[in-house]
Design a protein. Structure first.
Length: 145
């Protein structure tokens, strides 16, 4: 990943962590367009998780579920962590959110309510992304402080 891609990647993480899932998708997509190989697969998975959460926030359960399944196919072949992000862990957390959202909305569909309330949305265990430092970048016990 070059410096420009890294900046875009980190801006996408910041948007994702603010709950701006559609914006994160847009930012990562600009990085994805120039990416190749495993980085491209990884970004595609992140984009799909982000859009799945966006769909969930709007009550589109079918879209959320479909994108989680597609993200799984992209993230399955990428090492975890990859560029400091645990893609498989993210996928598990996002899948859990979608399942909980499905249960909450499913319980209220008979009343004609197809979206989560703000209170329900913020009660979900929404995933956050943190870049884990590579082992060769961490300080050793012998290094001076």
């Amino acid at each position: 990943m070059n410096d420009e891609q890294r900046r875009g990647f980190e801006r996408g993480i910041a948007a994702f962590n603010r709950g701006e899932y559609f914006e994160a998708h847009e930012i990562w997509e600009s990085v994805w367009l120039a990416a190749e190989g495993p980085l491209r697969e990884f970004l595609q998975g992140l984009i799909q998780v982000s859009v799945a959460l966006h769909h969930l926030s709007r009550g589109n359960l079918r879209g959320a579920r479909s994108l989680i399944e597609r993200a799984e196919a992209h993230l399955a072949g990428v090492p975890s962590p990859f560029h400091g992000i645990h893609g498989r862990g993210l996928l598990l957390l996002a899948d859990r959110c979608v399942r909980l959202g499905e249960e909450m909305i499913g319980a209220r569909k008979s009343a004609g309510k197809h979206c989560l309330t703000k209170q329900e949305w913020f009660a979900l265990p929404l995933p956050r992304l943190e870049i884990e430092p590579r082992r060769d970048q961490t300080a050793s016990d012998d290094a001076p402080l």
